[in-house]
Ligand binder design. Sequence first.
Ligand code: GSH
Length: 227
Amino acid sequence: MKVEIPNSMAEVKLFKTWSTPFGARVVWALKLKGIQYEAIDEDLSNKSALLLQYNPVYKKVPVLVHDGKPISESLVILEYIEETWKQNPILPEDPLGKAKARFWAKFNDEKLLPSIWSAFTKEGTEREEAMGAALESLKFVEEELKGKKFFGGEKIGLADLVFGWLANLTRVFEEVAGLKIPDERYPLLLAWLQEFSEHPIIKDYWPPHDKLVIKYQALYEKFHPAK
Ligand SMILES: N[C@@H](CCC(=O)N[C@@H](CS)C(=O)NCC(=O)O)C(=O)O
């Protein structure tokens, strides 16, 4: 059944949850560009009819709705935002710079994030192997950050927004699951984490640490039930 979309809906709406790292990157991009939007926080255990209508393929958040038209998948949304609102660009002008930012965004979503998530959800050897793979991946990140404040250079760009979840969640994963990224082996990553999380726009939207710990503790217990 098609849900009627009221005319009074604001021009830009963002379906997300309070904790989703994929949603946070979109919020940060909108804020960096000064775009007013209405946030709709979904309950993923009881998804709204609108969310299912807007993202019937994946049924996931985030979904950006611009003038009633939905756009899904956070990396696609970031590109849409960049092309629609040109101010404060999050991608450089040159094709190589653009390609690099997209490469790192893809690397994060397809390689780094799945390894860390796997380490969080698995046990024993599988956990060790996944964390080993994550730490290997982070060596490439460390290398990429050489001589730079942000992935994008002097200012926050698309790749920084995509890696932003690291700044948000590494301490949570350490606290909940004992997954430690050894600071001494990744000094540039550590400096980036601090620089990124202290940026006023980023600080302005930052899921509370204590609330994240409670959420991920519950998830951890679900993946690792007491035997
Ligand atoms: N590739 C997607 C991932 C989005 C995603 O995994 N969202 C999660 C919340 S963090 C979700 O909506 N999960 C609901 C579900 O899987 O049913 C993106 O980049 O937007």
